[in-house]
Design a protein around this ligand. Sequence first.
Ligand code: SF4
Ligand code: MG
Length: 319
Amino acid sequence: MTSVLRIHGLTVDVGGLRIVDGLDLDLRKGERVALVGESGSGKSMTARALLRLDPSVSVGGSVLFQGKELIGLPEKEVRKVRGSQIAMVFQDPTTALNPLQRIGEQVAEPLRLRGVGRRSAMKQAAEMLDRLGVPRAAERLGAYPHEFSGGMKQRVMLAAALITRPKVLIADEPTTALDVRVQEQVLTLIEQLAAEEGIAVLLITHDLGIVAGFADRVAVMYAGRKVEENSVDAFFAGPSHPYGKGLLASVPRVDRALTERLDTVPGVPAKPSARPAGCAFHPRCAAAIDRCRTDAPVLLTIGTGQAACHLIEEGALRC
Ligand code: SF4
Ligand code: MG
């Protein structure tokens, strides 16, 4: 199937530091892709760069949206795509919503900005809130954000993001601030709506625990580079890259006692300001060999996916 969003060789530089280094990622219509990694791995910067949210950040490479190059496009042109064609929701609905503006107006605003009349925009806002499971949506258009719970606020954010019927939804840690039960509800809503409308979703998260039930495909970032990509089924059956293996081992499991200490990937994540030579993961990698300290591995095909690890050529990684 054709890509709705094709990212090729994406670079993000902030203050002379390369935060994202040559990322390739494809999103097809209706597909849900999870971009995972520890905090500081460059995943949020990737999301923000795609929408050119930070004018001071320099973005390179190529981002094709439905065949149209977004990199280098004047801000005026980017604005036509951002929000309406490629929408975004963030972690914290409390800061993203305006506390002084009524819910209905905030959800309807993207339509109003596109010239839709007030009555029609409000009607669509009520419909979208209703689809997202906000009870008595039509009656609550006049309510203010503080009258809603965290989970309901995130539904309001989603309604505002989806009301223009975007082709792509970028969701950066959309459920991190919510409790586990509400997390699941919100992710299920995103999944259903995305499926019904053929929206491609890029879910950005540090939490592999929510990826298995949500995404079709997973890409793992480490120190600004993609180190592994595969279908969710293949990844959860057994990641190829030593970092992917470490991440999966650190996922809380329901069969473990809650009090049990969780495994985490040992060591400290590499900072872009001090990216280790060779494979950036080598100081934390129990499987590292000599060349890992000097040569950067490239992504190679392994099984149904890709991984960037010297052990593939050494024949020491199974798929
Ligand atoms: Fe570990 Fe070397 Fe593979 Fe990097 S390239 S993940 S250091 S074995
Ligand atoms: Mg982040």
